[in-house]
Design a protein around this ligand. Structure first.
Ligand code: DC
Length: 206
């Protein structure tokens, strides 16, 4: 069974995907990390994330980079969003994601284009969304705990910019797959969101 979980930044898709993986006993791949590694590698190379050749060169990052805690930073998230607009970058990361999705026994992947491009045959497709305000508030609390000095408004602006780039890019834009189940987590607590996702997947595969 393949489960595809797509949605914008800070929608809760990562938390939901991890919980689904534990519930259904499936291996999980956070595909955003691959794009974040490319973004970080461009920066380590002194390259330009908006340049397709520089971004493509960075897809040869070492696997050890995936464990770098800096990948989770807002700054790396922004770089990831910029390198992800290049078709050559998406193509270079395709096989790795496809192989993970089609492994024996099934898998769960979260990202932006899992249900539309990477695994259109997935048995269950979820699109996790939430208002910019709700997502910014969650990110704000997370960042305050980490001691980062950003304001709620700055986070909202950044999320809007990244949403716009992810939704309007020419290749593999962030849109729900035709047969995806949309879950809006704006007014849901973590446990409620996870329960709604488990119910939706159970329904889809039964
Ligand atoms: O999910 P995330 O915030 O870690 O993703 C970072 C960026 O990577 C996001 O802004 C767009 C890009 N991305 C993508 O284009 N396709 C994916 N499957 C996953 C992430």
């Amino acid at each position: 069974m393949i489960i595809a979980v797509d949605g914008p930044t800070a929608s809760g898709k990562g938390t939901i995907a991890k919980a689904l993986a534990a519930h259904f006993g499936l291996p999980h791949l956070d595909t955003g990390l691959l794009y974040r590694a490319v973004g970080r590698q461009v920066s380590l190379n002194g390259g330009n994330p908006d340049d397709a050749e520089d971004a493509l060169a960075a897809t040869g990052f070492a696997d050890s980079l995936l464990d770098d805690p800096q990948l989770r930073d807002e700054e790396t998230g922004g770089l990831a969003s910029r390198v992800s607009v290049h078709q050559a970058v998406r193509q270079a990361l395709f096989e790795r994601q496809r192989a993970f999705a089609t492994q024996d026994g099934g898998a769960i992947l979260d990202g932006r284009d899992i249900g539309t491009v990477i695994a259109p045959e997935a048995e269950a497709k979820l699109f996790i969304t939430a208002s910019v305000e709700a997502r910014a508030q969650r990110r704000f609390v997370e960042m305050r705990e980490r001691g980062a000095g950003v304001t709620l408004l700055e986070i909202q602006d950044d999320l809007r910019r990244r949403d716009e780039r992810d939704r309007n890019r020419a290749v593999a834009p962030l849109i729900p797959a035709e047969n995806a189940m949309v879950i809006d987590t704006s007014a849901l607590g973590k446990d409620e969101a996870i329960a709604a996702a488990i119910e939706a997947v159970t329904e889809a595969v039964s």
